[in-house]
Every structure is written in structure tokens, then in C-alpha cells.
Design a protein around this ligand. Sequence first.
Ligand SMILES: [Ca+2]
Ligand SMILES: [Ca+2]
Ligand SMILES: [Ca+2]
Length: 323
Amino acid sequence: MQMIQLARALACSLALTPLLATGALAQCVDDPLEDNESCATAAPLDDGGYYGLTVSDVDSDHYTFDLLDGDTVNASIFFSTDVADLDLWLWDAGVTPCGTGTTSGDLARSWTTSDDEDLSYTNTTGADQTLVLEVRMYSAGSSDCNAYDLELYGDPPCCFIPAFCMGDGSDGGVCPCGNESAPGAMEGCINATGAGAMLSASGSASISADTLVLQVTQAVPNEFGIFVQNLTGVSPMPFYNGLFCLAPDSHLVRHYNPSVGINPTVTDASGSGINAQALTVGDYLNDTQPGVSVGYQFWFRDNNGPCPHGANFSSGLWITWLP
Ligand SMILES: [Ca+2]
Ligand SMILES: [Ca+2]
Ligand SMILES: [Ca+2]
């Protein structure tokens, strides 16, 4: 394995001069995120899945995003190496060389000879970072253009997918009975557990992939709750023991199974719960469409909470859906 990597390192350094397109092989049609041939022209991305992208031996791809101190980013590309061998690199946007496919100065790389590449990186610098993800063709196979899908996720997801409706007053809300959560905790107002509930997401934000799962944590254990959504947010409103930040209009959806009616999510012994069905199925108004941002919160029973109103809300997440 070491020998393979060394051989690839040597070969890679020789391949820095872009190969000329032969004309005999298929040429790429630009994807919607072009032009992005350098760190300076990198396309900004949020968490999510990006499908049907293309890269060629004379046209690499660069994507940029911010990674907060202490957070982790996970990036994957999916492709056939028989068509062309692609590699994945991660750079600090402010460091030379950025985005040049060289083997020094990068933060992480994935450069196998098999299908697909995956990398993960945790920011331990003590400050927030602006990063660049580079997709570069190492060698052409049956074509000098290859198609790939990109998936990019942060951990915690909150730091890419905008969180809202915090119980710490940072969104301008005042919890109903002085039950503010810890500053910066990104939680809802304090519930019976002594903490506030929050949402996270995993999987792809692609509607066709249909793998996105919303999870609530730090809600009251073994209690009933319902995921709610809307296309429109509003200023935090004290409601039950918490804050509610989704517009109370006709697009407000309580997730349910259309065949059986309201289908609550029951939290487990740790106070966690996931949406028990595809989010798109739970949206009976069919507002979940490509390019549309949907805000989510979790309503749950909080009978022994700090206020006497019997229920509470998690903080929320906005998810921008993809095709
Ligand atoms: Ca491209
Ligand atoms: Ca490009
Ligand atoms: Ca590769």
C-alpha cells in the first residue's frame, strides 16, 4: 500500500501540467456549478447532495464552505473509475498551494484507484476555517470526462444547515418562564430534563434519494411528539413551555401518515426520536420541492417541565431540498 501511494505521489507530481484534451474522447458539458477551476473561483456549497456533476482532465472542480472550530466535515464523491479516475482533496482556502492537486499542503485527500472517494476532516485550529474541496481527474479511462455525485455533510449538521429558534435568546426570543437554555447550546428552551431539545439531520437532502432523517435529541424521554414544518419562519413566539418560530399559516404541516392520520414520534429512554417516515411523505401539502427551503421543529409533551404548559419545542433546522 505504501508503494502504491508513493508511486501515485510521484505520478501525481508529474501530472500537474494539465493534459491536453485529445478531441477523440468525449468532452464535458459544464455542470451548473461551473466555472470553478481554482480556489479563487470555488463554488460555495452548503450541506447536502449534489448530483450529476462533471469533471474533465482539463477542468477540475472546486467548492468552498466554512467549517467552525471543533467541527467535522465529511465529503464523498461517487463515480466509476473505469470511465476516469477521480481524486478528492481538501484545502485551507488561504494557503498556497490551494486546489492544485499537489501532495503537500493539503488538509486531507482521498486518492484510491477504486470507485468513489471519501474524506473527513476535523477543524482543531482554534478558529473557524474557510475550506476548499477539490475534485480532480487523475487519469482518463474510457473518457476524459467523468460524471460524479457529491455529498457534503458537517458534524454537527447544525453548522452547515442553519439552525434557528434558539432558547438562549440569540434569535430574540424570550422563553415563557425564564427557562432559557445555555448560551450557544443551540437548544430550545429548557424542558423537564434540564436541557433544551434540538434537531439534527443525516442522509442526503435529495428528494429522489429520500434518505434524509431528522433526529431530535434532549427531548423528554418516552414521550409523544410531532415533527412540524413550514416554508416560512417568524420571530420566536412563546408557545407552551418553549418557542415556536414557524408561521401559523396554511402551510404549517404536522407530519402524519395520510392513511392513519396523526402519527406521533415517541422519544426513546434518552429523549431522542427520529421522523418515522420519509419527510416527503410526511408533507401532505407537497411543499417539499427541489430548491425549496423548509424549516422544521419538534413539538413534544413536557408535563413536568419548568413552566406549567405541558409541552415544548426543539430548536429548528432549515433544510434546502435538492432534486
Ligand atoms: Ca464541474
Ligand atoms: Ca470545473
Ligand atoms: Ca481515485
